[in-house]
Design a protein around this ligand. Structure first.
Ligand code: OXD
Ligand code: MN
Length: 587
């Protein structure tokens, strides 16, 4: 097979000349192709068959031990002008970057098959969807891309019609961390990734295309590509609100998107549209609408069980690829947080010794088709997307940030998102648990200068057309008391907070004006049936003026790092918070 598109054909030929594969395979996305790839990987040892009685069509992949997470220090945005990439990105001059990485691609696929994967991010017939082609020498990438994107013939047909697509070149190379780079050339709609087989570095449709390149395209075309889950909340009266929520990696987006309503909220239903990425457009009526560009989940496994996320737990019992989990004696996948079973082999395939680190890697993952989610929304395939009632920002904050507050308006909401901070997690290589600013949860993913990105957000909100923009909220499920215990139960109980949010969207309840935004009245947040004393709720819903003054200073210093490109409106918003804090202090 090949293509009728001359530019695509030329690019594939050029790549083959550079990388020297033994053969070229154009992926059509069929079941037969998938089965053949899995068979070949079972033979080569790239996949291990899991217990087919308990986990039909489930496989385990063990990655190289040095290749288990995203590598932000090796991820570059290569724009002609360094300022366009901004202090939030590592930058390299595009000419130098191509030279450097092409040197690593030279002959990299010798003896291997080169796979050409046409894919579409978003419903195949959606005007908001965008296509790409990934060339890779990893069959593991092909089978994962088939779950995560609309991949194969239908995508190729659209690519041939549109003649505009993102070019992604990937090789696992020799997996040497010293020869690993993830490079983005937004001006050329091009990605080059070498030396890693890990999801975020290798499944180029996900972070590289749907966030870094798409955020650049989105600014040029007037929309937003965001690190946001997308879910529907249906009340017992049958009204459904759609909410998009940005949290940093491994902060519970998948769990929230698949939330199971608590027993105290009968009649509520949750619908998942996406668990990681949303593309948002203002429509002709001024309504913000969203699609999920992905079609599967690449989720963190540890902690997943019937209680924390029974929908995810159920969907990963079959047709799932596990990466870096542990194994029981009868070849079932095992991870920390599972209620049953005993690991005998750890994620590296070594005999498991308790006390010698976790059995499953903390960033071990499942890859599964979204169709297996029992609460997958039928509207996830709607070409026009869903209307958004509320945007949520949230981080993992031991202190300072209350359980929930509402921004005063869109511009203030942009400040709330820009000032977001969170403790780092295992999703990226580096120290864990350190608080860092992570604007809109996009620190590792914005493909251009954050200062320009904040301006773009502000501009979207001030457009003549933006009459029905959603409300913006900040949530924090992770507050801890003095003894390090979580103060809020989280998981399904988060629906109590989401209900307050939808009540606010419907104008049903008033809220308390504070210097940082609007907080719930205690009586409007239902905590009946929770084992929580009133003083805990009091703390969760109050603000410490001293701590917030420090927070404002820290945000101000953070904005300074972005220099003169920072929109003055954002600084004005921050001054507004500082002034209100002073006024409250004086009163
Ligand atoms: C992810 C991440 O894999 O954010 O979704 O790292
Ligand atoms: Mn993510």
């Amino acid at each position: 097979m090949t293509t009728s598109n001359a530019s695509l054909k030329r690019w594939v030929d050029d790549v083959a000349r550079l990388t020297q594969p033994a053969s070229i395979h154009w992926c059509n996305g069929s079941d037969a192709e998938n089965t053949a790839l899995i068979e070949a990987m079972l033979k080569s040892g790239d996949l291990i068959k899991l217990n087919q009685d308990t986990h039909p069509n489930c496989y385990l992949h063990r990655s190289h031990p040095s290749d288990v997470a995203r590598v932000e220090h090796l991820t570059f945005v290569c724009t002609r002008n360094k300022e366009d990439a901004g202090p939030n990105n590592h930058w390299m001059d595009p000419t130098e970057a191509h030279r450097k990485i092409d040197g690593l691609f030279a002959g990299a696929m010798r003896g291997r098959t080169m796979y050409v994967i046409p894919y579409c991010m978003g419903p195949i017939d959606s005007p908001f969807a965008r296509c790409g082609v990934e060339i890779t020498d990893s069959p593991y990438v092909v089978v994962n891309m088939r779950l995560m994107t609309r991949m194969g013939d239908a995508a190729l047909t659209r690519i041939e019609r549109e003649d505009k697509y993102v070019k992604g070149l990937h090789s696992i190379g020799d997996l040497d961390p010293d020869r690993r780079f993830i490079m983005h050339f937004p001006e050329e709609l091009t990605i080059k990734s070498v030396g890693s087989g890990y999801g975020g570095n290798a499944l180029l449709g996900k972070k590289c295309h749907a966030l870094r390149i798409a955020s650049w395209q989105a600014r040029e075309e007037g929309w937003l590509a965001e690190h946001m889950l997308l879910m529907g909340l249906q009340s017992p009266e049958g009204r459904t609100h759609y909410v998009a929520a940005a949290f940093p990696s491994a902060c519970g987006k998948t769990n929230l998107a698949m939330l199971v309503p608590p027993a105290s909220m009968p009649g509520w239903k949750i619908w998942t549209l996406g668990d990681d990425i949303s593309w948002l457009h203002v429509d002709e009526q001024g309504q913000l609408r969203a699609i999920n560009p992905e079609s599967g989940y690449f989720g963190v496994v540890p902690g997943t069980n019937r209680k924390t996320n029974c929908n995810a737990y159920d969907m990963i019992q079959r047709d799932t690829i596990f990466t870096n989990v542990a194994l029981t004696a009868d070849n079932q996948p095992w991870w920390e947080g599972l209620e049953n079973g005993t690991p005998v082999l750890d994620w590296q395939g070594k005999p498991y010794t308790p006390g010698n680190g976790p059995a499953a890697h903390p960033n071990s993952r499942f890859t599964v088709s979204a169709k297996q989610n029992p609460i997958y929304s039928t509207l996830a395939d709607a070409p026009e997307g869903v209307p958004i009632s509320a945007i949520l920002f949230g981080g993992r904050r031991r202190e300072v940030a209350p359980l929930v507050y509402e921004a005063r308006d869109w511009a203030h909401g942009v400040l709330v998102g820009a000032g977001m901070a969170s403790e780092t997690t295992a999703a990226a290589v580096g120290q864990m648990g350190v608080v860092r600013r992570d604007s809109m949860a996009m620190k590792p993913f914005a493909g251009y200068n954050f200062a320009d990105y904040w301006s773009h957000w502000l501009k979207l909100g001030s457009g003549a057309n933006a009459s029905k923009l959603p409300k913006i909220f900040h949530v924090n499920w992770f507050r801890q008391d003095r003894n390090g215990r979580f103060m809020w139960p989280g998981f399904g109980e988060n629906l109590r907070v989401l209900r307050w949010i939808t009540d606010r969207c419907e104008g049903k309840v008033p809220a308390i004006e504070t210097p940082i935004g609007l907080l719930p009245r205690k009586q409007d947040l239902d905590i009946s049936g929770l084992d929580m004393d009133p003083s805990t709720l009091e703390t969760l819903l109050s603000i410490d003026a001293g701590a917030w003054r420090q927070e404002v200073d820290a945000i101000s210093k953070y904005l300074d790092e972005y220099g003169s490109r920072v929109p003055s409106q954002l600084r004005e918003e921050l001054k507004g918070v500082a002034k209100r804090l002073e006024a409250a202090n004086a009163a």
